[in-house]
Design a protein around this ligand. Structure first.
Ligand SMILES: Cc1cc2nc3c(=O)[nH]c(=O)nc-3n(C[C@H](O)[C@H](O)[C@H](O)COP(=O)(O)OP(=O)(O)OC[C@H]3O[C@@H](n4cnc5c(N)ncnc54)[C@H](O)[C@@H]3O)c2cc1C
Length: 412
């Protein structure tokens, strides 16, 4: 009987354990928390967007995309939907190909995974933190802290599924990645990704709460390096919403390199600057009583219009017929290209994922470390991060499945 340890009971660890455990492989799963799958419950705003029908290589960043797709193609979105269907989960596809459980509850996914671990007889030990992995004569010895005591366990294979520090409060990087660091692996520095951006402009306080369908561009040295469309949210400290999350990875790495990225907001992406200039220059004044505020009202969100007028030097009470061309040109410019200086991200604890992790070059096609035969690394602990849309959970499940298959010898 082969003995396999899984360290971490998140999406990737649970999938690895379920896949590996069978008549000839006995799996023990160690989870530091008092229960498995805590992070899963927070995914997709509590609804768990677990995969996406529009998945392709461009949905992923980090190491070699060929490697990533080679793992995902062996357990792809269809396989994952079928897997959950086999556990009794009805799925539904929403806007942009996002898959959710039909129940609209992340707990549906977690309950079914927990039940499956139990039906298969996986030995799940919670409140057990693995502190050390040491090579032994036959395999590996794990030192585990449980109930305030250190215990050791011997295994033939170990699957490391510890995830990342994204979304966790008060978790230090050093502590989290200690196990991995002890294995002397190439490790790509981690930064928060799929996260809000903090900007220095004090006028954001006046715009807090605004949501608009617009576009956001990330600029470095004045040049656009990425652009996203969709619902952008403004907060008192900066920008949020899915389009911002999608850009945040690049901003994060630039900030880590002490660069100073900017974002540009376009409040009216469906209208070109030329068209907007025409519309605003020749916007008729309704009557001599009409104020500047009344004149600009209706173009976009009122808070935005008022702030833009202020920045263009136009008083709300000014008579509309007195607004000059230069001021109108400034309004156009600000609506199409409002610049904000990014000074930080909203940190690991507010991020959905971490970019960076164990370099994929350390791994073979079965997610096993080339330097440490019998040790596998899966999920977010690897240098793979996906865009918003279910791609991160798909990676966690696919990589967990592959490692579980190889660790138990089912690939043969
Ligand atoms: C708020 C939020 C929303 C998200 N929404 C989505 C979404 O809708 N769709 C999507 O695809 N992705 C989403 N993600 C990302 C997704 O949740 C992660 O990418 C995924 O859960 C990673 O799975 P994992 O198994 O690698 O790690 P995790 O799920 O983080 O699991 C790792 C587990 O290992 C345990 N552990 C760590 N160290 C040890 C140790 N030494 N000993 C024992 N146990 C240990 C941890 O306690 C944890 O339970 C979201 C993330 C957050 C934070």
């Amino acid at each position: 009987m082969k003995k396999i340890a899984v360290i971490g009971g998140g999406a990737s660890g649970m999938m690895a354990a379920i896949t590996a455990h069978d008549k000839s492989s006995k799996v023990t799963l160690f989870e530091a928390n008092d229960r498995v799958g805590k992070k899963l419950l927070a995914t997709g705003n509590g609804k768990c967007n677990f995969t996406n029908e529009k998945l392709n290589k461009n949905c992923y960043n980090g190491g070699d995309r060929k490697f990533i797709m080679n793992v995902i193609n062996r357990f792809d979105p269809d396989n994952l939907v079928d897997f959950f269907c086999g556990l009794g989960v009805f799925s539904t596809v929403k806007r942009d190909g996002y898959y959710y459980p039909y129940s609209g509850q992340a707990s549906t996914i977690l309950d079914c995974l927990r039940n499956e671990l139990s039906y298969r007889g996986v030995n799940v030990i919670t409140e057990a933190t693995v502190k050390e992995i040491k090579k032994s004569s036959k395999g590996y010895t794990l030192s585990v802290l449980a109930d305030g005591k250190k215990k050791t366990f011997d295994f033939d294979s170990v699957i490391i599924a510890i995830g990342s520090i994204a979304g966790l409060k008060n978790k230090s990087q050093d502590e989290h990645y200690k196990l991995i660091n002890s294995l002397d692996l190439d490790f790509v520095p981690v930064v928060p990704s799929l996260v809000q951006l903090k900007c220095s402009e004090s006028f954001l306080k006046a715009l807090s709460g605004v949501r608009f369908d617009g576009s956001i561009s990330l600029l470095l040295n004045g040049k656009v390096v990425a652009k996203e469309n969709g619902e952008i949210q403004l907060t008192d400290y900066g920008v949020s919403g899915i389009p911002t999350f999608q850009l945040s990875r690049i901003a994060s790495y630039e900030l880590a390199d002490n660069n100073k990225p900017e974002v540009s907001l376009d409040f009216l992406p469906d209208i070109s600057e030329e068209e907007l200039t025409q519309l605003i220059m020749y916007r008729p004044v309704r009557n001599t009583e009409q104020t500047a505020e009344e004149y600009f009202l209706g173009i976009t969100n009122k808070k935005v219009i008022l702030q833009v007028m202020k920045m263009a030097g136009i008083k709300s009470s000014t008579a509309a017929c007195l607004i000059n061309k230069q001021s109108k040109a400034k309004v156009v410019k600000l609506l199409k290209d409002m610049r904000l200086h990014v000074e930080d991200t909203n940190g690991f604890e507010n991020a959905q994922v971490c970019a960076g992790g164990v370099d994929l070059l350390e791994l073979n096609e079965g997610m096993m470390l080339k330097k440490w035969p019998g040790i596998f690394v899966v999920g977010e602990a690897c240098d793979v991060d996906g865009r918003c849309g279910g791609y991160n959970l798909q990676w966690a499940f696919s990589s967990g499945y592959i490692a579980g298959t190889f660790a138990s010898g089912k690939n043969r």
